[in-house]
Design a protein around this ligand. Structure first.
Ligand SMILES: Nc1ncnc2c1ncn2[C@@H]1O[C@H](COP(=O)(O)OP(=O)(O)OP(=O)(O)O)[C@@H](O)[C@H]1O
Length: 242
């Protein structure tokens, strides 16, 4: 569960890009974020993934008040939040299996990244997750030879294997064809529900937000102006967030 209370963010020497954002997200909830270009969607995701510093507000992840933690405490929380981008940040020459089992830069000690050493339980856990994402036959292939959808699935597997409690995904499927995008979002939703992982995804294009999300948040000029759960958007809302 995450709780965001009065999150504000100003670009140093520039505009205030997020204004008093507050919401609570339950474990296993799939939340889509919509908003026009420049409304602050990416900045919100980057703040939630602790890639950016907030100016003010409170952030509670799984009962831990992040800003009351010291360096080690913040690092621990950061490891529980996976940040997925349109082009996932993977080790391009390493296999899918190595990428999943070694983990992302923020999740992995440097010696594991350099040596690439795997314990047998890491191997088994990674292979199980790769199988759940339908990529068993590609597990040993370098990710730079995989399609965009396959790479995105490897990034999802990596987040889940390393115990992410929150996945913040910025336009995770916008570069994919509609069929592949449906498959990736379907897998993401299914596995996160199974594991109680909260997903917050910028899904601005098309009708993905309405088809996959439990709830839709709408941003306008850095403010949270829409919070819709359990229903489709009205025609007016759809026009505002087109
Ligand atoms: N490093 C920066 N320096 C100055 N302004 C920035 C910086 N990063 C973001 N902004 C501004 O913050 C606002 C929100 O940006 P953000 O990238 O979050 O928008 P967005 O809703 O994700 O847009 P898009 O859909 O086009 O990706 C924009 O006005 C943008 O110009």
């Amino acid at each position: 569960m995450i709780k965001v209370n009065q999150l504000s963010k100003r670009i140093p020497g520039g505009p205030q890009v997020l204004k008093n954002i507050s919401f609570t997200a339950e474990a296993g909830e799939f939340i889509a974020v919509k908003g026009l270009s420049g409304s602050g969607k990416s900045m919100l995701l980057r703040c939630l993934a602790m890639q950016e510093k907030w100016d003010s507000g409170e952030y509670i992840v799984d009962g831990v008040n992040v800003f009351k933690q010291g360096f080690a405490g913040k690092l621990k929380v950061r490891k529980e939040i996976a940040y997925l981008e349109e082009k996932p940040n993977l080790f391009p020459n390493k296999s899918g299996l190595k990428n999943v089992s070694i983990g992302s830069v923020t999740q992995t000690p440097a010696w594991r990244r350099w040596t690439g050493m795997l314990r047998s339980d890491d191997y088994m856990g990674a292979m199980d997750m790769i199988e759940k994402l339908g990529l068993l036959d590609k597990a040993h292939q370098p990710v730079n030879k995989m399609s965009g959808g396959e790479r995105q699935r490897i990034a999802i597997a990596r987040a889940l294997v390393h115990g992410a409690k929150v996945i913040a995904a910025d336009e995770p499927v916008s570069g994919l064809d509609p069929h592949t995008a449906d498959q990736v979002l379907g897998d993401l939703k299914r596995l996160c529900k199974e594991q109680g992982v909260t997903v917050i995804a910028v899904l601005h294009q098309g009708d993905w937000a309405e088809r996959f999300a439990d709830r839709i948040l709408g941003l306008s000029s850095g403010e949270l102006v829409l919070d819709v759960r359990g229903r489709r958007l009205t025609e007016r809302e759809r026009m505002l967030f087109r």
